[in-house]
Design a binder for this molecule. Sequence first.
Ligand code: DC
Length: 225
Amino acid sequence: MSKGPVVAIDGPAGAGKSTVARAVAERLGCLYLDSGAMYRAVALAALRSGTGLDEPAGLEALAARADVTLRPGQGSVSRVLLGGEDVTEAVRTPEVEEAVPRVAGVPGVRAVLIAAQRRLAEAGGVVMDGRDIGRVVLPHADCKVYLTADLGVRVRRRYLQLRQQGRPADLEEVGRDLARRDSWDHAQMARAPDAVEIDTTDLDVEQTVARILALCPGGARRAGN
Ligand code: DC
């Protein structure tokens, strides 16, 4: 029996996906599943094991045996596990950030993680964010959203997020990083034809969440909570 809706939220880095997806999950009483964290966990495994980022066969084999999964944590948020080890914080380092687009670009790695993501969403009651969720991972999702925002706004949000986390950040460098990630991630960006695009350039988190809830089955009555 289904535990609730399946919501897919895609978009480029810095469009506000994770903040918004987490809030939508909370309002719907669903679990927030961060698919990017799974790619990050495989990248971490590659760095730890010394698997070359230019060795697709090695990376695919690693993904297949790495046992990457997401497990419910506090509230609506999930933790990412690598072989049973909680690596939720460990996958947020600059080294992983740098390595992950190359790992995510390997079709064999994607096949392993997409299968795992489908299993996680099988029972329903999930909000999953990523790049290819509505089109590839969960094409039968009840609600599909594609979040965008101007590059300048995405850069500023990312910069403020890093500063809030107490991490050193330089606006120009953040801009270069994001532009580089956009070009690396481009191949994985798969906008579903039936996704509703929401441009968040002039919207705050609450406004964006309200628009998504209005699109979700059972979400409208939770929009004002
Ligand atoms: O959203 P994020 O920054 O945590 O994603 C990490 C990397 O994984 C990024 O390079 C994009 C990639 N990714 C992907 O290819 N497909 C997804 N569904 C999610 C993330």
